[in-house]
Design a protein around this ligand. Structure first.
Ligand SMILES: [Zn+2]
Length: 362
Protein backbone atom coordinates (compact mmCIF):
# COMPACT_ATOMS: atom_id res chain seq x y z
CA UNK A 1 0.00 0.00 0.00
CA UNK A 2 3.06 2.22 0.37
CA UNK A 3 3.04 2.75 -3.35
CA UNK A 4 -0.57 2.81 -4.51
CA UNK A 5 -0.90 3.57 -8.24
CA UNK A 6 -1.99 7.13 -9.04
CA UNK A 7 -3.50 8.15 -12.39
CA UNK A 8 -0.35 10.07 -13.19
CA UNK A 9 1.88 7.05 -12.56
CA UNK A 10 -0.51 4.68 -14.34
CA UNK A 11 -0.27 6.82 -17.46
CA UNK A 12 3.48 6.15 -17.54
CA UNK A 13 3.03 2.38 -17.14
CA UNK A 14 3.05 0.25 -20.31
CA UNK A 15 -0.50 -0.84 -21.10
CA UNK A 16 -2.14 -3.13 -23.64
CA UNK A 17 -5.48 -2.40 -25.31
CA UNK A 18 -7.47 -5.08 -27.18
CA UNK A 19 -10.91 -3.49 -27.54
CA UNK A 20 -11.13 0.08 -28.83
CA UNK A 21 -13.37 1.36 -31.65
CA UNK A 22 -11.84 3.83 -34.09
CA UNK A 23 -15.19 5.61 -34.53
CA UNK A 24 -15.58 5.90 -30.75
CA UNK A 25 -12.30 7.64 -29.99
CA UNK A 26 -12.19 10.90 -31.96
CA UNK A 27 -11.03 14.17 -30.43
CA UNK A 28 -14.04 16.56 -30.25
CA UNK A 29 -11.98 19.31 -31.93
CA UNK A 30 -11.22 16.96 -34.83
CA UNK A 31 -14.93 16.18 -35.30
CA UNK A 32 -15.66 19.91 -35.57
CA UNK A 33 -12.84 20.50 -38.06
CA UNK A 34 -13.65 17.46 -40.19
CA UNK A 35 -17.34 18.47 -40.27
CA UNK A 36 -16.30 21.86 -41.67
CA UNK A 37 -13.91 20.31 -44.21
CA UNK A 38 -16.23 17.59 -45.43
CA UNK A 39 -19.51 19.53 -45.29
CA UNK A 40 -21.08 17.28 -42.67
CA UNK A 41 -24.09 19.03 -41.10
CA UNK A 42 -26.04 18.02 -38.06
CA UNK A 43 -23.46 18.19 -35.26
CA UNK A 44 -25.25 19.03 -31.99
CA UNK A 45 -22.58 21.71 -31.36
CA UNK A 46 -19.59 23.18 -33.20
CA UNK A 47 -17.81 24.12 -29.98
CA UNK A 48 -15.36 21.31 -29.13
CA UNK A 49 -15.86 21.51 -25.35
CA UNK A 50 -19.67 21.56 -25.73
CA UNK A 51 -19.53 18.71 -28.19
CA UNK A 52 -17.39 16.59 -25.87
CA UNK A 53 -19.92 17.11 -23.08
CA UNK A 54 -22.78 16.24 -25.43
CA UNK A 55 -21.19 12.87 -26.32
CA UNK A 56 -20.59 12.08 -22.68
CA UNK A 57 -24.17 13.08 -21.74
CA UNK A 58 -25.67 10.93 -24.48
CA UNK A 59 -23.52 7.99 -23.41
CA UNK A 60 -24.61 8.45 -19.78
CA UNK A 61 -28.29 8.50 -20.67
CA UNK A 62 -28.69 4.81 -19.81
CA UNK A 63 -30.27 4.09 -23.19
CA UNK A 64 -28.34 1.84 -25.56
CA UNK A 65 -30.18 3.36 -28.53
CA UNK A 66 -29.14 6.90 -27.61
CA UNK A 67 -25.62 5.64 -26.98
CA UNK A 68 -25.45 4.10 -30.46
CA UNK A 69 -27.01 7.24 -32.05
CA UNK A 70 -23.91 9.23 -31.14
CA UNK A 71 -21.91 7.25 -33.71
CA UNK A 72 -23.86 8.87 -36.56
CA UNK A 73 -21.77 12.01 -35.96
CA UNK A 74 -18.36 10.36 -35.76
CA UNK A 75 -19.02 8.07 -38.73
CA UNK A 76 -20.52 11.06 -40.56
CA UNK A 77 -17.14 12.83 -40.63
CA UNK A 78 -15.12 9.66 -41.41
CA UNK A 79 -16.01 9.23 -45.11
CA UNK A 80 -12.87 10.37 -46.95
CA UNK A 81 -9.36 8.86 -47.03
CA UNK A 82 -7.87 12.02 -45.45
CA UNK A 83 -10.42 12.07 -42.63
CA UNK A 84 -9.94 8.36 -41.91
CA UNK A 85 -6.15 8.69 -41.91
CA UNK A 86 -6.28 11.71 -39.61
CA UNK A 87 -8.58 10.00 -37.11
CA UNK A 88 -6.41 6.85 -37.17
CA UNK A 89 -3.22 8.86 -36.76
CA UNK A 90 -4.60 10.79 -33.77
CA UNK A 91 -5.86 7.55 -32.29
CA UNK A 92 -2.36 6.06 -32.38
CA UNK A 93 -0.84 9.23 -30.95
CA UNK A 94 -3.40 9.60 -28.13
CA UNK A 95 -3.07 5.95 -27.09
CA UNK A 96 0.73 6.17 -27.11
CA UNK A 97 0.68 9.35 -25.03
CA UNK A 98 -1.51 7.49 -22.50
CA UNK A 99 1.19 4.82 -22.16
CA UNK A 100 -0.39 2.16 -24.38
CA UNK A 101 2.45 0.10 -25.92
CA UNK A 102 0.29 -2.29 -27.96
CA UNK A 103 -3.20 -1.63 -29.29
CA UNK A 104 -5.68 -3.49 -31.46
CA UNK A 105 -8.10 -0.88 -32.78
CA UNK A 106 -11.17 -2.04 -34.65
CA UNK A 107 -13.22 -0.42 -37.40
CA UNK A 108 -15.98 -1.49 -39.78
CA UNK A 109 -15.12 -0.74 -43.43
CA UNK A 110 -18.79 -0.92 -44.43
CA UNK A 111 -19.58 2.17 -42.29
CA UNK A 112 -17.21 4.41 -44.26
CA UNK A 113 -18.40 3.96 -47.85
CA UNK A 114 -21.06 6.71 -48.03
CA UNK A 115 -18.92 8.86 -50.36
CA UNK A 116 -18.02 5.97 -52.61
CA UNK A 117 -14.86 4.55 -50.98
CA UNK A 118 -14.28 0.83 -51.42
CA UNK A 119 -13.72 -1.35 -48.36
CA UNK A 120 -10.11 -1.68 -49.40
CA UNK A 121 -9.62 2.09 -49.65
CA UNK A 122 -11.01 2.44 -46.13
CA UNK A 123 -8.55 -0.13 -44.78
CA UNK A 124 -5.61 1.46 -46.63
CA UNK A 125 -6.42 4.92 -45.24
CA UNK A 126 -6.73 3.69 -41.65
CA UNK A 127 -3.52 1.65 -41.78
CA UNK A 128 -1.68 4.63 -43.24
CA UNK A 129 -3.01 6.77 -40.39
CA UNK A 130 -1.86 4.24 -37.80
CA UNK A 131 1.65 4.36 -39.30
CA UNK A 132 1.72 8.17 -39.31
CA UNK A 133 0.49 8.43 -35.73
CA UNK A 134 2.98 5.81 -34.55
CA UNK A 135 5.76 7.83 -36.15
CA UNK A 136 4.75 11.16 -34.64
CA UNK A 137 4.32 9.54 -31.24
CA UNK A 138 7.83 8.07 -31.49
CA UNK A 139 9.17 11.54 -32.32
CA UNK A 140 7.73 12.69 -28.97
CA UNK A 141 9.17 9.71 -27.08
CA UNK A 142 6.11 7.41 -26.99
CA UNK A 143 6.49 3.88 -28.36
CA UNK A 144 3.40 2.05 -29.57
CA UNK A 145 2.63 -0.87 -31.84
CA UNK A 146 -0.71 -0.47 -33.61
CA UNK A 147 -2.72 -3.33 -35.11
CA UNK A 148 -6.10 -3.25 -36.83
CA UNK A 149 -9.15 -5.49 -36.43
CA UNK A 150 -11.83 -5.44 -39.13
CA UNK A 151 -15.37 -5.40 -37.75
CA UNK A 152 -18.45 -6.54 -39.64
CA UNK A 153 -21.83 -5.26 -38.49
CA UNK A 154 -24.02 -8.07 -37.19
CA UNK A 155 -27.24 -6.58 -38.62
CA UNK A 156 -25.72 -6.49 -42.14
CA UNK A 157 -24.79 -9.25 -44.57
CA UNK A 158 -21.17 -8.49 -45.44
CA UNK A 159 -19.42 -10.55 -42.74
CA UNK A 160 -17.91 -13.07 -45.15
CA UNK A 161 -16.56 -10.32 -47.43
CA UNK A 162 -15.02 -8.42 -44.50
CA UNK A 163 -13.53 -11.66 -43.16
CA UNK A 164 -11.85 -12.23 -46.54
CA UNK A 165 -10.51 -8.69 -46.44
CA UNK A 166 -9.06 -9.30 -42.96
CA UNK A 167 -7.24 -12.37 -44.26
CA UNK A 168 -5.98 -10.48 -47.32
CA UNK A 169 -4.47 -7.81 -45.00
CA UNK A 170 -3.16 -10.22 -42.35
CA UNK A 171 0.50 -9.41 -43.12
CA UNK A 172 -0.15 -5.71 -43.65
CA UNK A 173 -1.33 -4.60 -40.20
CA UNK A 174 -4.73 -6.28 -39.76
CA UNK A 175 -4.48 -9.00 -37.11
CA UNK A 176 -8.06 -10.18 -36.78
CA UNK A 177 -11.80 -9.91 -37.30
CA UNK A 178 -14.74 -8.90 -35.10
CA UNK A 179 -18.52 -8.82 -35.17
CA UNK A 180 -20.10 -5.66 -33.69
CA UNK A 181 -23.47 -3.94 -33.49
CA UNK A 182 -26.74 -4.67 -31.67
CA UNK A 183 -26.75 -8.11 -30.05
CA UNK A 184 -30.45 -8.74 -29.43
CA UNK A 185 -32.05 -10.36 -32.47
CA UNK A 186 -28.71 -10.80 -34.25
CA UNK A 187 -27.02 -13.92 -32.83
CA UNK A 188 -23.41 -14.51 -33.88
CA UNK A 189 -24.34 -17.81 -35.59
CA UNK A 190 -25.99 -15.66 -38.27
CA UNK A 191 -22.47 -15.16 -39.63
CA UNK A 192 -21.29 -18.73 -39.30
CA UNK A 193 -19.91 -18.88 -42.86
CA UNK A 194 -17.53 -16.02 -42.04
CA UNK A 195 -16.25 -17.76 -38.92
CA UNK A 196 -15.87 -21.11 -40.67
CA UNK A 197 -13.91 -19.39 -43.43
CA UNK A 198 -11.62 -17.70 -40.85
CA UNK A 199 -10.97 -21.00 -39.08
CA UNK A 200 -10.07 -22.68 -42.35
CA UNK A 201 -7.61 -19.81 -42.91
CA UNK A 202 -6.11 -20.18 -39.41
CA UNK A 203 -7.15 -16.57 -38.74
CA UNK A 204 -8.02 -14.91 -35.42
CA UNK A 205 -11.34 -13.38 -34.42
CA UNK A 206 -13.30 -11.99 -31.53
CA UNK A 207 -17.06 -11.54 -31.17
CA UNK A 208 -19.02 -8.94 -29.19
CA UNK A 209 -21.09 -11.16 -26.89
CA UNK A 210 -22.57 -11.06 -23.43
CA UNK A 211 -22.89 -7.26 -23.39
CA UNK A 212 -26.45 -6.46 -24.50
CA UNK A 213 -27.47 -10.11 -24.36
CA UNK A 214 -26.81 -12.92 -21.91
CA UNK A 215 -25.34 -16.41 -21.72
CA UNK A 216 -26.83 -17.78 -24.97
CA UNK A 217 -24.84 -15.28 -27.03
CA UNK A 218 -21.62 -16.16 -25.17
CA UNK A 219 -22.30 -19.86 -25.68
CA UNK A 220 -22.97 -19.38 -29.40
CA UNK A 221 -19.89 -17.22 -29.90
CA UNK A 222 -17.68 -19.85 -28.25
CA UNK A 223 -19.13 -23.24 -29.01
CA UNK A 224 -20.77 -22.62 -32.33
CA UNK A 225 -18.65 -19.92 -33.92
CA UNK A 226 -15.32 -20.78 -32.25
CA UNK A 227 -14.31 -17.29 -31.18
CA UNK A 228 -10.82 -16.73 -29.74
CA UNK A 229 -11.93 -13.95 -27.38
CA UNK A 230 -15.17 -12.46 -26.05
CA UNK A 231 -15.94 -8.78 -26.63
CA UNK A 232 -17.05 -7.80 -23.10
CA UNK A 233 -18.50 -11.17 -21.99
CA UNK A 234 -19.75 -9.36 -18.88
CA UNK A 235 -22.80 -11.58 -18.61
CA UNK A 236 -20.69 -14.70 -17.99
CA UNK A 237 -21.29 -13.52 -14.44
CA UNK A 238 -24.87 -14.87 -14.79
CA UNK A 239 -23.30 -18.35 -14.70
CA UNK A 240 -21.41 -17.67 -11.44
CA UNK A 241 -23.21 -18.24 -8.12
CA UNK A 242 -21.91 -16.65 -4.94
CA UNK A 243 -23.38 -18.44 -1.91
CA UNK A 244 -24.16 -16.75 1.41
CA UNK A 245 -21.11 -18.35 3.01
CA UNK A 246 -18.92 -16.79 0.30
CA UNK A 247 -18.44 -20.06 -1.61
CA UNK A 248 -18.37 -19.50 -5.38
CA UNK A 249 -19.81 -22.00 -7.84
CA UNK A 250 -19.24 -21.87 -11.60
CA UNK A 251 -21.78 -23.17 -14.10
CA UNK A 252 -20.52 -25.30 -16.99
CA UNK A 253 -20.12 -22.35 -19.38
CA UNK A 254 -18.32 -20.12 -16.86
CA UNK A 255 -16.06 -23.04 -15.94
CA UNK A 256 -15.28 -23.59 -19.63
CA UNK A 257 -14.41 -19.92 -20.12
CA UNK A 258 -12.05 -19.98 -17.14
CA UNK A 259 -10.53 -23.41 -17.83
CA UNK A 260 -9.82 -22.60 -21.47
CA UNK A 261 -8.42 -19.18 -20.53
CA UNK A 262 -10.84 -17.41 -22.88
CA UNK A 263 -9.94 -13.69 -22.82
CA UNK A 264 -12.70 -11.33 -21.69
CA UNK A 265 -12.37 -7.86 -23.26
CA UNK A 266 -14.01 -5.85 -20.50
CA UNK A 267 -14.58 -2.09 -20.58
CA UNK A 268 -15.92 -1.10 -17.15
CA UNK A 269 -17.04 2.50 -17.81
CA UNK A 270 -18.64 1.61 -21.14
CA UNK A 271 -20.37 -1.39 -19.56
CA UNK A 272 -21.90 0.90 -16.92
CA UNK A 273 -23.05 3.37 -19.61
CA UNK A 274 -24.76 0.73 -21.73
CA UNK A 275 -26.35 -0.88 -18.68
CA UNK A 276 -24.30 -4.11 -18.85
CA UNK A 277 -23.14 -3.36 -15.27
CA UNK A 278 -24.77 -1.28 -12.51
CA UNK A 279 -21.66 0.59 -11.37
CA UNK A 280 -17.90 0.14 -11.36
CA UNK A 281 -17.93 -1.27 -7.81
CA UNK A 282 -20.63 -3.75 -8.88
CA UNK A 283 -18.84 -4.61 -12.14
CA UNK A 284 -18.19 -8.38 -12.46
CA UNK A 285 -14.53 -7.64 -13.21
CA UNK A 286 -13.94 -7.44 -9.43
CA UNK A 287 -15.00 -11.02 -8.73
CA UNK A 288 -13.78 -12.43 -12.04
CA UNK A 289 -10.31 -11.08 -11.27
CA UNK A 290 -10.22 -12.81 -7.88
CA UNK A 291 -11.37 -16.04 -9.59
CA UNK A 292 -8.52 -15.73 -12.13
CA UNK A 293 -10.61 -15.53 -15.28
CA UNK A 294 -8.52 -14.21 -18.21
CA UNK A 295 -9.78 -10.65 -17.64
CA UNK A 296 -8.48 -7.68 -19.68
CA UNK A 297 -9.25 -3.95 -19.27
CA UNK A 298 -10.33 -1.88 -22.27
CA UNK A 299 -11.72 1.50 -23.28
CA UNK A 300 -14.31 0.50 -25.92
CA UNK A 301 -15.21 4.11 -26.88
CA UNK A 302 -12.93 6.75 -25.40
CA UNK A 303 -14.98 9.71 -26.65
CA UNK A 304 -18.41 8.46 -25.53
CA UNK A 305 -17.12 7.17 -22.20
CA UNK A 306 -14.78 10.10 -21.56
CA UNK A 307 -12.01 7.67 -20.65
CA UNK A 308 -8.52 6.48 -21.51
CA UNK A 309 -6.98 3.12 -20.67
CA UNK A 310 -5.04 4.90 -17.92
CA UNK A 311 -8.20 6.37 -16.41
CA UNK A 312 -10.00 3.00 -16.61
CA UNK A 313 -7.21 1.43 -14.57
CA UNK A 314 -7.31 4.30 -12.08
CA UNK A 315 -11.06 3.76 -11.68
CA UNK A 316 -10.40 0.09 -10.88
CA UNK A 317 -7.71 1.05 -8.34
CA UNK A 318 -10.34 3.24 -6.60
CA UNK A 319 -13.08 0.62 -6.74
CA UNK A 320 -11.12 -2.51 -5.84
CA UNK A 321 -7.91 -1.28 -4.21
CA UNK A 322 -5.76 -2.67 -7.02
CA UNK A 323 -2.01 -2.43 -6.63
CA UNK A 324 0.74 -2.48 -9.24
CA UNK A 325 0.77 -6.28 -9.17
CA UNK A 326 -2.92 -6.33 -10.18
CA UNK A 327 -2.36 -3.85 -13.00
CA UNK A 328 0.61 -5.87 -14.23
CA UNK A 329 -1.49 -9.06 -14.15
CA UNK A 330 -4.26 -7.41 -16.19
CA UNK A 331 -1.72 -6.03 -18.66
CA UNK A 332 0.01 -9.37 -19.14
CA UNK A 333 -3.40 -11.04 -19.56
CA UNK A 334 -4.09 -8.65 -22.43
CA UNK A 335 -0.67 -9.12 -24.01
CA UNK A 336 -1.02 -12.92 -23.85
CA UNK A 337 -4.41 -12.61 -25.56
CA UNK A 338 -3.26 -10.37 -28.44
CA UNK A 339 -3.53 -11.59 -32.03
CA UNK A 340 0.14 -10.99 -32.95
CA UNK A 341 2.57 -13.94 -32.99
CA UNK A 342 3.55 -15.58 -29.69
CA UNK A 343 7.24 -14.58 -29.84
CA UNK A 344 6.31 -10.92 -30.33
CA UNK A 345 3.88 -11.02 -27.40
CA UNK A 346 6.53 -12.62 -25.23
CA UNK A 347 9.10 -9.98 -26.16
CA UNK A 348 6.73 -7.17 -25.12
CA UNK A 349 5.97 -8.94 -21.82
CA UNK A 350 9.59 -9.64 -20.91
CA UNK A 351 11.34 -6.59 -22.35
CA UNK A 352 8.76 -3.83 -21.83
CA UNK A 353 5.95 -4.71 -19.42
CA UNK A 354 7.62 -6.66 -16.59
CA UNK A 355 10.65 -4.37 -16.10
CA UNK A 356 8.44 -1.25 -16.01
CA UNK A 357 5.97 -2.62 -13.45
CA UNK A 358 8.81 -3.92 -11.29
CA UNK A 359 10.29 -0.42 -11.25
CA UNK A 360 6.93 1.24 -10.57
CA UNK A 361 6.16 -1.06 -7.64
CA UNK A 362 9.46 -0.24 -5.92
ZN1 LIG B 1 -17.11 -2.75 -28.47
Amino acid sequence: MANSPTLEAIRTAPKVLLHDHLDGGLRPSTIVELAQETGYRGLPSTDPADLGRWFLGAAHSGSLERYLDTFAHTIGVMQTPDALARVASECAYDLAADGVVYAEVRFAPELHVESGLSHQEVVNAVLEGFAQGTKSAAADGYQIRMAGLLSAMRQAASAREIAELAVRYRDAGVVGFDIAGPEAGYPPSRHLDAFEYLRRENAHFTIHAGEGFGLPSIWEALQWCGTDRLGHGVRIFDDVTVHDDGRVELGRLAAYVRDKRIPLEMAPTSNVHTGAAKSIVDHPIGLLRTLYFRVTVNTDNRLMSGCTLGSEMAVLVDAFGYEWSDLQWLTINAMKSAFIPFDERLALINDVIKPAYTALAE
